[in-house]
Ligand binder design. Structure first.
Ligand SMILES: [Zn+2]
Length: 214
């Protein structure tokens, strides 16, 4: 069986199912309920391209979900079709960040790689943030620094409102120029960020500041 559902696409399905439930539950108008359900079904199909008939069948049926049990089962049944982030090892991470002395390796045994769009972790002692992201089939390691924000805010990767940190990465645009710093408010907890992210455009725009150079 082919794994064809990315973490972002899974998050869209989850979000549409939850949103549909909230909106349909808030009205007794059957016409509105039907419209809400059909819109959710359409939005799920919108994030996929070129599916086989079998794959289309698997992601179809969101609009027919009625009970909490059915909603949970629908998402659970998709599990075998979810694509996984590359299951990196500590040695892989050391290779990606070979210039970093005393690299803090996160506990990888604790991670569900299917639920990752990017791997992110923090070195609390050094206020450092690490990102690993797959771009064009190649893993990239990007490091930055963060300052915890006293106020909640909107994450510029996943648009979730919650605890954020001002996270900055550095890049030297041209050999002759000095380092430039790019900062964004990003979820403090990258696990939560990965559970919210619905497309990679903003993540790529941020990390892309350093993709071009190694
Ligand atoms: Zn986020």
């Amino acid at each position: 069986m082919e794994q064809f559902i990315s973490n972002e696409q899974f998050n869209v399905i989850k979000s549409q199912i939850n949103g549909m439930q909230r909106q349909a539950g808030g009205t007794s108008d059957e016409g509105v309920k039907t419209a809400v359900k059909e819109a959710a079904e359409a939005k799920v199909h919108d994030v996929f391209d070129g599916l086989s008939e079998e794959q289309r069948n698997l992601i179809s049926g969101v609009s027919a979900l009625e009970t909490e049990e059915e909603r949970v089962k629908f998402l659970m049944d998709l599990t075998p079709y979810r694509k996984s982030f590359p299951e990196v090892t500590p040695a892989d991470l050391r290779g990606l960040f070979s210039k970093v002395k005393k690299l803090l390796i996160p506990d990888l045994s604790d991670i569900d790689f299917r639920a990752l769009t990017y791997l992110g972790w923090k070195d609390l002692g050094q206020s450092k943030q690490y990102f690993v992201y797959e771009k064009d089939g190649e893993l990239k390691g990007i490091q930055g620094r963060y300052v915890i924000s006293a106020r909640k805010g909107i994450c510029s990767i996943c648009n979730r409102y919650g605890d954020v940190a001002m996270t900055s990465i550095q890049n030297r645009p041209r050999e002759s120029e000095g380092l430039k710093s790019y900062g964004q408010y990003i979820c403090y907890d990258s696990k939560e960020c990965n559970q919210s992210i619905q497309d990679t455009a903003q993540l790529e725009r941020f990390l892309g500041q350093v993709f071009e150079r190694k």
